[in-house]
Design a protein around this ligand. Structure first.
Ligand SMILES: *Cc1c(COP(=O)(O)O)cnc(C)c1O
Length: 401
């Protein structure tokens, strides 16, 4: 297992972390068990004393989950990983194990809705001071991190506007303030962006998105140093129980095998569709990191290996035009999920970002005319035909009215 770190990602995605049982099974075994039996009472005692390594209870650890954690750690280039039941369990556990009353947390404003809720609403209930900054504005980070902080949370590229944060620069500022930098890397995946190499301390995933990528299970992961994972995160997970089901971990292990080829194909489709949308008269602008007209294109291409699988585009008009186009799609689903083999659109202002309110949406640049598109594995010609016809349907309806 020691050389899995030197393998290329496609090899790691298929083989890293696998531990075969004495039966020599080729696929990863599914250990659907909640508990473990000991040879004798002394072995149980030694296990609880930490003198020997033996599984105790699947809230603390499970062999199938261990295989997933090993595979994710290899792909990320991280020392250690803990898998969790959902992406939100990962983000919550990472923050909650790190901070205590009186601490400060600084976060980028453009966060996944529930991450925003944890920072804006939950942490202050426990006496933690939290502050949001515009992630793309380094001066705001500099001001916020002029005082000590214990954690920085950021998401780059962000949902839904694909805002890019200079991870390396924020890490320098955060470390000077004494903070651990935690990056929600869902949009980029470990294949397109490696936050630890840019200076981040902790990387978090919703495995529900690209890592499964086939719409089957919820899951999450937290990655970081062996010391922080072992001493700070593991006691929290062990005692509060956001553990992942071995079954879901097994589904994710099989999902990871195809992650590199899925990301490559989905990204290729996405780049072509972003260029196609930008030529349509009904589209006012397209936000996709690898396009030259993305406001932070240079930074995006310095810290990412590609534009990813998700884009946002703004229609000429407002909510009515966005709804008309979405309703005219015949192939692409209306769904707030992303990173899936099936292409999906959502209207952030009325779904994923409805609860944050109009004022916060305006600060984030989420207009009523904005549509988020997660590009899947379908034939790109079918996708562009579907999108083209849906955009033309806006005009047709307008002409009829
Ligand atoms: C989906 C998502 C989450 C939450 O993950 P769940 O698996 O739904 O709990 C967190 N951050 C980002 C960026 C996401 O897209």
């Amino acid at each position: 297992m020691t050389d899995s770190r030197n393998w290329r990602p496609a090899t790691q995605a298929v083989r890293a972390g696998q531990q075969r049982s004495p039966h020599g099974e080729t696929a990863e075994a599914l250990y659907l068990t909640s508990g473990y039996a000991y040879d004798d009472a002394a072995q149980a005692e030694a296990t609880f004393k930490g003198e020997i390594a033996h599984y105790q209870y699947s809230r603390f650890g499970n062999p199938t989950v261990t295989m997933l954690e090993g595979r994710l750690a290899a792909l990320e280039g991280a020392e250690a990983c803990r898998a969790t039941a959902t992406g939100m369990a990962a983000v919550h556990a990472a923050l909650a194990c790190q901070v205590k009353a009186g601490d400060r947390v600084v976060a980028s404003r453009a966060l996944f809705g529930s991450c925003h809720w944890i920072v804006s609403t939950l942490l202050p209930r426990y006496g933690i001071e939290t502050e949001f900054v515009d992630g793309a504005d380094l001066d705001q980070w500099r001001r916020a991190l002029a005082r000590p902080a214990s954690a920085v949370l950021l998401e780059s590229p962000s949902n839904p506007c694909l805002e890019i944060i200079d991870i390396r620069a924020v890490c320098t500022l955060a470390h000077a303030a004494g903070a651990l930098v935690m990056v929600d890397n869902v949009f980029a995946t470990p294949l397109l962006q490696r936050p630890i190499e840019l200076g981040a301390d902790v990387v978090m995933y919703s495995a529900t998105k690209h890592l499964d990528g086939q719409g089957r299970v919820l899951g999450g992961a937290v990655l970081g140093s062996a010391k922080w994972i072992g001493e700070t995160l593991q006691p929290f997970i062990r005692n509060t129980g956001p553990s992942i089901s071995p079954f879901n971990a097994w589904v994710l292990l099989k999902g990871l095998e195809t992650l590199p080829i899925r990301i490559e194909a989905m990204q290729r489709n996405a780049a072509a569709i972003a260029d196609f949308l930008a030529t349509r008269p009904q589209v006012a602008r397209v936000l996709y990191p690898s396009r030259k007209d993305h406001p932070q294109h240079g930074l995006a291409m310095r810290q990412m290996l590609g534009g990813g699988t998700v884009m946002a585009f703004e229609l000429r008009g407002g909510k009515a035009e966005a709804f008309r186009a979405m309703d005219a799609l015949r192939l692409i689903d209306i769904s707030n999920n992303l990173g899936d083999a099936k292409s999906m659109v959502t209207h952030p202002a009325t779904t994923t970002h409805m609860r944050i309110g109009a004022e916060e949406r305006a600060k984030l640049g989420i207009s009523d005319a904005m549509v988020r598109l997660s590009v899947g594995l379908e034939d790109v010609r079918d996708l562009t035909e579907d999108l083209g016809a849906a955009l033309d349907a806006i005009d047709a309806r307008q002409a009829a009215e």
